[in-house]
Design a protein around this ligand. Structure first.
Ligand SMILES: [Zn+2]
Length: 232
């Protein structure tokens, strides 16, 4: 049962007609559907799930790790019953939300790259709208960030770095390493294993802001926001 996760190949593909790969009814009466050409990003890797539709039905995607498939279920009352393997369905995702998620996720990698220039190591990332942040482990538990003034200076350095890279419009590319791991690259600046959606190049980002640098429980927390610029 082969599913093609189109969201990994093309962030900007937001609708497609595709056959149903599997449709089944769970014990609690919900219908779960997987489609062959899957454009739905399920929640994972710090990125929220896409909002989408299968036919007229609003759906929520999720990962069924046991079977290695992305499935969808109806957001509210069931609207997926009656579907069978091989049926052709029209699928779509909320394009504005997709682009926002891709912008936040890409900006997260950029903030991570900026943090590395400070000597910090990545400890965690959340790319959700309104609460996006990257957490780092500093070399000496943030001793050099004890003062607010030092944290403000660090935030300014991060902002300058991020602005310069966006101005350089570094390309965002994807390849696979020897183990088959998907690697996302920002030019030659940064590489990270990642299964999220990203913009085409850093020039697609707009309104990249770093609200501040905090130290919490030995971690450096950098909160940020970003949006997708107008599509050319
Ligand atoms: Zn990513």
């Amino acid at each position: 049962m082969v599913q093609y996760n189109e969201y990994l190949a093309d962030t900007y593909l937001t609708e497609v007609a595709t056959p149903v790969l599997a449709a089944e009814r769970s014990d609690d009466g919900d219908t779960w559907v997987a489609v062959r050409r899957n454009i739905f990003h399920p929640q994972g890797g710090g990125q929220p799930a896409d909002r989408g539709r299968l036919g007229e039905c609003e759906v929520v995607p999720f990962r069924d790790s046991a079977r290695g498939l992305v499935m969808v279920r109806a957001r509210q009352e069931d609207g997926l019953e009656g579907l069978a393997e091989g049926d052709i369905v029209h699928t779509s995702v909320d394009a504005g939300l997709r682009l926002l998620h891709a912008a936040l996720h890409t900006a997260g990698h950029l903030v991570e790259a900026a943090g590395r220039t400070e000597g910090w190591a990545l400890a965690g990332s959340i790319h959700f709208p309104g609460q996006a942040r990257i957490e780092f482990t500093p070399p000496e538990a943030g001793a050099d960030l004890a003062d607010a003034e030092d944290r403000d200076k660090a935030a300014d350095r991060l902002r300058a770095f991020v602005a310069a890279m966006v101005a350089d419009d570094l390309p965002v590319t994807v390849d696979h390493d020897a183990e088959g791991l998907r690697i996302v690259r920002l030019g030659d600046l940064h590489a990270a294993p990642c299964g999220g959606t990203h913009v085409r190049s850093l020039g697609d980002l707009t309104e990249v802001t770093i609200s501040g640098v905090k130290v919490k429980k030995g971690r450096v927390r950098v909160s940020y926001a970003a949006a997708h610029g107008p599509l050319a």
